[in-house]
Design a protein around this ligand. Structure first.
Ligand code: SF4
Length: 256
């Protein structure tokens, strides 16, 4: 059985290091109902870390404030060995509360640190596409995996267009938590991550949804990273693949 601590860090199975250039958020879709980041930030705030204070209500829910943490901007430059880095896991980098110029600074740090691989997951992929479109001459870092969350069919259909408009080398889907069956309808992401919700009030993921999705990805040649999920039969093979640009980079489990 997973411990509470392991549940809270499970998102980093494929990206061993987290980097928080921003913190704070508010719910935007069904996947947000049991926001793990909210719980993680509550723990950090309670421990007295000032960076994580001011973004939650008294009952530990997001209050809608999104704080830039410029003091964290250069943290990846301080890591000497290559890492896989999950960006803004305690926020959404493309939240409306994050200024476009600040997003540019985050991208500049990623571009300057080619030894690392950065994973950016967002539920605000339309804003991401708009941000990219407003910066047409910018040199987008090749070491970026951009992920749109697709927790159910509605969000997949709604977010695919935004993802496909983003000029990045790896367009990925974060199917986490998987809250329903998904039909890719022939659309081919470069990479998918699939996981289920855990902890208090978690909603189930039907193993048949996972099996059908794995079958689609296999037929499309999409690489997959399927997280451990009770009830999903091992016969599926449970691929733990990384997007091809990641294959050369060793996984670091150090935390920033
Ligand atoms: S977008 Fe992410 S961080 Fe923000 S509320 Fe939803 S799940 Fe939480």
């Amino acid at each position: 059985m997973l411990t509470k601590a392991s549940m809270l860090t499970k998102a980093s199975i494929y990206a061993g290091t987290s980097w928080d250039p921003v913190v704070g958020c508010d719910p935007v879709s069904e996947a947000c109902a049991n926001c793990i980041a909210q719980r993680r930030v509550a723990r950090k705030a309670r421990s007295g870390n000032p960076k994580y204070q001011g973004v939650l209500t008294e009952d530990d829910r997001w209050n809608g404030v999104v704080k830039a943490l410029p003091e964290n901007l250069e943290t990846p430059s301080e890591w000497t060995s290559p890492r896989r880095v999950f960006v803004a896991g305690n926020s959404d980098l493309f939240h409306a509360g994050v200024e476009g110029d600040y997003i540019s600074k985050v991208f500049e740090v990623m571009a300057r640190n080619q030894k690392h691989l950065f994973f950016v997951a967002t539920k605000r992929i339309v804003r991401a596409a708009q941000w990219f479109e407003m910066s047409p001459d910018y040199h987008y870092p090749p070491n970026l995996v951009l992920m749109a969350t697709a927790e159910n069919q509605r969000r997949l259909d709604e977010r695919w267009d935004g993802l496909s408009r983003c000029p990045v080398s790896v367009r990925a889907l974060s199917v986490e938590p998987m809250l329903g069956p998904l039909d890719l309808k022939g659309r081919r992401p470069d990479w998918v991550v699939v996981g289920q919700e855990e902890g208090l009030n978690s909603r189930p993921t039907d193993p048949d949804w996972v099996a059908a999705f794995v079958g689609q990805c296999r037929s499309l040649g999409t690489r997959m990273f399927i997280k451990p999920m009770p009830g999903v039969p091992e016969e599926l093979g449970l691929p733990r693949e990384l997007p091809s640009p990641c294959l050369q980079t060793p996984l670091s489990v150090r935390r920033g």
